[in-house]
Design a binder for this molecule. Structure first.
Ligand SMILES: O=C(O)CCC(=O)C(=O)O
Length: 282
């Protein structure tokens, strides 16, 4: 175990990026991963899938598949499965963005990597969902903070036909009193509210988990690969089955162990910015 500390930028977002997520519930940041980082995660994911298809085996303990269909392969609980996965979930800029939105120290609550392939039925039928009630929010310095934020990075270039993540802009603030079916029906009536990610590989979609979101529909013939980390305040628990691998956690630095275990719990130093504050470069 080493006790070296990696600095996370604060604030990580520029005023324009912070305002974008405030208003729309998401922001897209290009060039978060380099091409070689993208290639490494992509190759690792393809090789996990190939091994699974050949042997039926998972790449290690304490992980699982949410889906293994031909058009959707997903491996869950990543940090201990490959160094490139850990480097992603502990990426200083990604953790910095997550802590800015949460408003204090973050822990990992979820991590997964997906391969999506074109489907036969290309109708615009989106599976919009949100993982958590918008009520878990608070304002500090006039800015909306939220208790569950996701950083989803596309590993393939996304044009309009490539099925990028699709969101209903601004719904992070619409309470659950408004039935979800009504929100979706209203947005489908005026598609200007439905935004779909188009961005080069290595771009990160940062979004409040209360924002209604869905996979896009792949209309091209290209695979779409992504990796994502979900972050919550350190005193929260991990989602079911995303608990850290204990042997892996033991070998990490204090900072990184806290990131995946949440062991800092209520030792929670607020991190607050005002909108005009420039991003700290790393
Ligand atoms: O496939 C996607 O882009 C969306 C992923 C998703 O729905 C989720 O993270 O909950």
């Amino acid at each position: 175990m080493s006790d070296t500390t990696t600095l996370t930028p604060f604030p990580a977002l520029s005023p324009a990026q912070r305002l974008h997520i405030e208003i729309y519930g998401y922001v897209i940041i290009e060039n978060v991963l380099t091409q070689s980082e993208v290639d490494l995660v992509k190759d690792t994911l393809y090789s996990i899938e190939a091994d699974f298809r050949r042997t039926g085996e998972l790449p290690g303990p304490n992980c699982f598949n949410t889906s293994t269909s031909e058009t959707f392969f997903r491996i869950d609980n990543l940090p201990h499965l490959a160094p490139c996965f850990f480097d992603y979930i502990a990426h200083p800029f990604i953790v910095g963005m997550a802590e800015e939105i949460i408003g204090g120290p973050a822990r990992l609550s979820q991590s997964d990597a997906h391969i999506r392939r074109p489907v036969e039925n290309k109708e615009d039928h989106f599976g919009f969902h949100r993982g958590i009630n918008p009520a878990y929010s608070h304002y500090e310095q006039g800015l909306y903070h939220f208790s569950f934020v996701k950083a989803l990075t596309n590993l393939t270039d996304l044009g309009p036909d490539d099925g990028g993540t699709t969101v209903i802009a601004g719904t992070h603030k619409v309470p659950t009193d408004v039935p979800q079916e009504a929100i979706v029906a209203a947005a489908m009536d005026d598609r200007s509210m439905i935004h779909q990610v188009e961005a080069p590989a290595g771009s990160t979609l940062l979004f409040y988990e209360s924002l209604l979101h869905a996979s896009g529909i792949i209309k091209s013939n290209r695979d779409r690969l992504l990796v994502l980390g979900g972050y919550v305040p350190s005193m929260f628990q991990a989602w079911n089955r995303y608990d850290p691998d204990p042997d892996f956690a033991k070998a990490l630095s204090n900072q990184h162990r806290a990131l995946i275990t949440g062991e800092q719990k209520f030792q929670w130093t607020r991190k607050l910015r005002d909108l005009a504050m420039p991003a700290q470069s790393v």
